[in-house]
Write a protein that binds this ligand. Structure first.
Ligand code: NIG
Ligand code: FE
Length: 422
């Protein structure tokens, strides 16, 4: 087979490694890494990866040879936890936050998530679409090729549906892939304030079957937290979702540990997310149940806490972990997955290899896209992020600066010189 383009002479290619399951524990520090590497692409796919000069059989007069001297290539980054689609912003709560008003207190007073719910309900499809496109563009500029996105700023069917439809349209029209998660159980709407069970039933009876029928999401998520949804409510909702064919995720142990991890383990959720205040017994539980730990250090940072999820301990217990932005208008307003990865190194003491595996192959497993993305190897999609850096260590050491120079999605150049190409 002839390549239509070959990117060559990378000072480093981090291929990652796909072992047929998410990398767990010590496996997370394994990867194929090539010096003077090349990546041969035909159409949307990678057809070969190697070192030095590619085999002449890959090359004919139509093959474009692209010199990448001095650069580093990695599998397209996957942001596997975002709240991409919402109306408005919450910088007016920033002053309260700086004064130390707790996140859940702002929410209890009708602000926080509920503030964004009001703005999202007011926003039209077109407004949400445009705003989310801009955010998605920024994510692409930082090297991301695929994201997971959650609804949950509607809490009523009309707005939840609109959010999911925006994601669907973005998935079709934007260069990035968007994998949708239905998360109506993100906060308790004001009209169900004292009756959250009825709201959970409404989600189960009225919304979930519609989401399924209209194929608007693959995953279902719930915010299991003190004064939000209990572990029992999360169990009830996620088991109903699973019986309809959704895969389960759960926001657990972000601020208080109230049993979300037990629910995740019992239901064999794909992923338990946040885990800032997780107990050792729950680490063991998640490890045994093979639930992926999705860690969001940007949220800890932005909430000005020091409770970074105990990533190293999780690896010692043999867990698989991912890292993601949690991009949202409240607890982590950012589009920069690179900075989150750097927090993975600087605050969680993960190695650069562990960090890159967390946002590539393990992230791919956590959104069930491991067959097509997550590592650089023949047969997978040519989703490639290229850094202006000699090696992956440099990309983690030189922090809070966008080092991405190019991004390829399905073999097509989509980011070049700080612009998203369409
Ligand atoms: O994952 N914790 C719940 N949801 C988001 C925050 C959403 C918001 O504040 O708007 C999170 O941190
Ligand atoms: Fe979140």
């Amino acid at each position: 087979m002839k390549a239509d383009k070959i990117l060559l002479h990378f000072s480093q290619v981090f291929c990652g490694i796909d072992k047929g399951h998410p990398l767990r524990g010590a496996e997370m520090n394994e990867a194929y890494i090539l010096e003077d590497g090349y990546i041969a692409i035909e159409g949307a796919k990678i057809i070969d990866v190697g070192t030095g000069m590619p085999d002449l059989q890959l090359i004919d007069e139509n093959t474009e040879l692209i010199d990448c001297t001095g650069k580093t290539a990695v599998p397209g980054l996957i942001d596997c936890h975002t709240h991409l689609v919402y109306g408005g912003s919450r910088e007016h709560e920033f002053a309260q936050k700086l004064k130390g008003v707790p996140y859940l207190e702002i929410l209890a007073e009708g602000g926080g998530i509920l503030n964004t719910v009001a703005a999202t309900r007011k926003a039209s499809f077109q407004e949400l679409y445009q705003k989310s496109t801009q955010l998605l563009d920024k994510m692409a500029l930082h090297g991301v090729t695929t994201i997971e996105a959650k609804s949950g700023y509607g809490l009523d069917w009309e707005t939840e549906k609109r959010q999911l439809e925006v994601m669907q349209e973005l998935h079709q029209k934007h260069p990035l892939d968007v994998v949708a998660t239905f998360m109506a159980a993100h906060a308790i709407p004001a009209d169900y304030k004292d009756d959250s069970n009825t709201f959970v039933e409404k989600i189960i009876q009225e919304m979930l079957p519609e989401v399924k029928q209209q194929q608007l999401a693959e995953f279902c998520d719930v915010f299991c937290e003190e004064k939000v949804f209990s572990a029992a409510q999360a169990y009830r909702l996620l088991s109903a979702a699973q019986s309809l064919g959704f895969a389960a995720r759960i926001h657990a142990d972000e601020i208080a540990s109230i049993g979300g991890c037990q629910t995740a383990a019992e239901l064999k959720a794909v992923s338990a997310e946040h885990l800032m205040v997780i107990r050792d017994s729950d680490i063991e539980r998640l490890s045994r149940a093979q639930v992926i730990g999705n860690l969001l250090p940007g949220t800890t940072f932005s909430l000005m806490e020091d409770t970074y999820a105990p990533a190293r301990k999780m690896l010692n217990y043999g867990m698989a972990i991912t890292l993601a932005t949690d991009s949202n208008p409240g607890s982590c307003p950012t589009a920069n997955l690179q900075f989150i990865m750097q927090l993975g190194c600087l605050q969680m003491k993960l190695t650069p290899i562990e960090v890159f595996n967390a946002v590539t192959i393990n992230a791919a497993y956590s959104i069930q896209r491991n067959e097509t993305v997550g590592s650089l190897e023949a047969g997978k999609n040519a989703d490639i992020t290229i850094f202006d850096a000699k090696n992956i260590d440099f990309t983690m050491y030189f922090f809070a600066t966008n080092l991405v120079s190019q991004v390829y999605k399905n073999g097509r150049l989509i980011v070049n010189g700080g612009n998203v190409l369409r």
